[in-house]
Ligand binder design. Structure first.
Ligand code: UDP
Ligand code: MG
Length: 316
């Protein structure tokens, strides 16, 4: 069995000064144990990524080097959102790490699952997905919305691992492949399955946040959900196209029918129906333009190829 590879645990942090004392203690302790046991190398690190926090997060992270040789920190120049912060950490880690595990700063994902992630990795898996077998700590609304959303994504043809968010292990080979995806509209849990390579899943129960409150506002959550559909699938455009064609055929048939009705000598109320049809067609047009516009907007952003993050500081 292979052993002693270098592990980076990547932790995106946005205003997490309340959660970090506990989180850093647990994660740095975990890596120290694993290194002592020879499961991972002494070059392993816990890489805390400060996603442009406005509180004392970076101050705390930079103080960690004095506490543990396994601490590393990366500071983004401003808040870029969870997906970008995670990617920044993973891509920075990949030059030094044989594998990287991403985990949230609030320890909602079970840290003891890391052992099972490593088992799968040493068995030869390049990607190990953390799957939440029990989400009782999330509200019924959040659970229901998530389930419905995943169903819609699957309908749209997006390949996704059910009940998996962004807690996963990736080998360097998988990270190199992920780096080849140059898009700025990031939806990592849709991209990683596209990377391929041998993969496995590990189940764990999702817990309560250790401290602080959720950093995912409703706006950010809806943004991510919308991103998942529009940056991974073009099926909405096809649906609109199908709808448009259907309406066109029905409209033409109606024109023929109305002409016959008129010719038969009773033209009284056909105009109201016609007006309704026009209104519906206008609505459809607007919706179609809106959806197409969404994609045009994405093409515009991709064409500009803006950097997805800017590193301000990095120690390891
Ligand atoms: N996060 C981030 N940038 C943001 C928002 C969140 O890096 O703009 C981080 C946050 O610090 C945490 C992870 O993303 O480590 C998940 O956020 P949170 O736990 O608040 O989301 P929830 O679990 O409530 O969905
Ligand atoms: Mg959380």
């Amino acid at each position: 069995m292979r052993n002693n590879d270098t592990l980076y645990i990547v932790v995106p942090c946005y205003n997490e000064e309340e959660a970090l004392p506990e989180t850093s203690r647990v994660l740095l302790g975990r890596v120290a144990e694993l290194a002592d046991a020879g499961r991972v190398s002494r070059e392993s690190r816990v890489l805390f990524v400060d996603d442009g926090s406005t509180d004392g997060t970076w101050k705390y992270i930079s103080g960690l080097k004095a506490v543990s040789p396994y601490a590393a920190g990366l500071k983004l120049s401003r808040n870029r959102g969870h997906q970008n912060a995670l990617l920044a950490g993973l891509l920075s880690a990949k030059d030094d790490a044989d594998m990287a595990i991403s985990i949230d700063a609030d320890l909602q994902d079970d840290v003891s699952a890391i052992d099972r992630f490593l088992d799968k990795y040493y068995e030869g898996c390049d990607v190990v997905y953390g799957v939440r077998s029990d989400r009782r700590s999330d509200s019924a609304f959040k659970r229901g919305a998530a389930r419905l959303y995943y169903r819609i994504l699957q309908r749209m043809g997006v390949e996704i691992v059910p009940e998996h968010a962004d807690c996963r292990l990736m080998s360097r080979r998988a990270l190199d492949a992920l780096a080849e995806f140059k898009e700025v509209n990031l939806f990592l849990r849709g991209l990683v399955p596209m990377v391929g390579f041998p993969s496995a899943t590990v189940e764990y129960a999702r817990r309560e946040r250790t401290a602080g409150s959720s950093k995912y506002s409703v706006k950010k959550m809806l943004g991510l959900a919308w991103q998942g559909i529009t940056s991974m699938s073009v099926r909405p455009i096809r649906l609109i196209l199908a709808l448009g064609v259907t309406l066109l055929v029905l409209g033409l048939a109606a024109v023929v029918a109305f002409s016959i009705v008129t010719a038969c000598g009773n033209p009284e109320w056909k105009w109201t129906i016609l007006l309704a049809a026009i209104a519906a067609a206008c609505g459809l047009n607007l919706a179609a333009v809106g959806v197409v516009g969404e994609y045009v907007g994405k093409i515009y952003l991709e064409a500009k190829a803006r950097p997805r993050f800017m590193v301000e500081d990095y120690f390891k």
